[in-house]
Design a protein around this ligand. Structure first.
Ligand SMILES: *[C@@H]1O[C@H](CO)[C@@H](O)[C@H](O)[C@H]1NC(C)=O
Length: 123
């Protein structure tokens, strides 16, 4: 199928973010999609937030649950892929990327909103 798998969702999301965040309406929508505690003023913090989730998870892709960087399940990269692939193929790519990143930021399920601007990630 032509559906966007992980790899391609993560590859595609950056340009889509930039396009959507090119105006205030888009930034407001993106702030909602990313459950940002405060409306963002540019896409840059959102891109950094996503990048930190994907790069750090790739670094701590252990076969056992770990809380070395954040609380994560075993094989977190595989879990992120499962999240992305569980969406209908035609679902919004940005929404898929957000859901995958949420594994990193909210695996424990206790986050009310994300401090995307200013950095939620102490690492
Ligand atoms: C974090 O996860 C919980 C449980 O799935 C969910 O109810 C909550 O909305 C999530 N928080 C954010 C900011 O997405």
């Amino acid at each position: 199928s032509e559906s966007l798998n992980c790899f391609s969702v993560i590859k595609a999301v950056w340009d889509l973010l930039e396009d959507k965040g090119s105006n205030d309406t888009g930034l407001l929508e993106l702030s909602k999609t990313f459950r940002a505690c405060k409306t963002v003023h540019s896409v840059y913090p959102l891109a950094l937030w996503l990048r930190a989730a994907f790069t750090t998870t790739a670094m701590v892709d252990y076969p056992t649950p770990a809380n070395f960087m954040m609380n994560l399940p075993a094989y977190p990269v595989k879990e992120m892929c499962k999240i992305i692939d569980s969406f209908p193929a035609e679902a919004d790519v940005i929404g898929k990327a957000f859901a995958a990143a949420s594994l990193y930021y909210n695996y424990t399920g206790d986050q009310k909103c994300f401090e995307v601007e200013g950095g939620d990630d102490p690492h």
